[in-house]
Design a protein around this ligand. Structure first.
Ligand code: IMP
Ligand code: MG
Length: 184
């Protein structure tokens, strides 16, 4: 995988993830409550970000459980197909839980709206969201994440868990994907 441009280096990402954990910790009024925070990782793009954020939350002194929700809206194309599919459900009962949705990119906003609706309909006590990247210029559904890592330009990005046509997730940095599919 060749990337056209490195947008965020591994070092920049690591520093920002620690910063996000500190922000989450600082907004948490009730760390002594019995129930830990439930981190909901949106598969597959957020798996690496979530792994690092879990360790950063631990270092910041936040007790957190993790569960996984498989969603798909892109298929193999780069443009959203407009519908969000549930591909794998949580195992945790979210009733009365304090939930943090963790996703890789906030783009049109459809994924976040879908997950917020799902968790609220299942009776979560509080649902907040944390995204590594935000592409505000592409928003179709209003709203921002509660915690945002970086603003990203309107370009297709790859690496640090994010893919183009299934590839590139293992790259330790985030770059813009090459325009030509045959370069992937
Ligand atoms: P939304 O539902 O349009 O907000 O899209 C969010 C999802 O689209 C993210 O969770 C990603 O999985 C995917 N996505 C959006 N932009 C990119 C990108 O530039 N690279 C890789 N995946 C992306
Ligand atoms: Mg995703």
């Amino acid at each position: 995988m060749n990337v056209a441009d490195v947008l965020f280096s591994a070092e920049e990402i690591a520093a920002r993830v620690m910063g996000l954990a500190a922000e989450i910790k600082s907004t948490d009024e009730d760390l002594t409550r019995e129930q830990p925070l439930l981190v909901v990782c949106i598969l597959r793009g957020a798996f690496i970000f979530t792994a690092d954020l879990m360790r950063a939350l631990h270092a910041a002194g936040v007790n957190a459980e993790v569960d996984f929700l498989g969603l798909s809206s892109y298929g193999t194309a780069r443009e959203s197909q407009g519908r969000v599919h549930l591909t794998m459900d949580l195992q945790t009962d979210v009733t009365a839980r304090d939930v943090l949705i963790v996703d890789d990119i906030l783009d049109s906003g459809r994924t976040l709206r879908f997950v917020l609706g799902l968790l609220q309909s299942r009776g979560a006590a509080r649902v907040r969201s944390c995204v590594l990247l935000d592409k505000p210029s592409r928003r179709e559904i209003e709203g921002n994440a509660d915690f945002t890592g970086f603003r990203a330009p309107d370009a297709f990005v790859v690496g640090y868990g994010m893919d183009v046509a299934g590839l590139g997730r293992g790259m330790p940095y985030i770059g813009t994907a090459p325009d030509e599919p045959e370069q992937v």
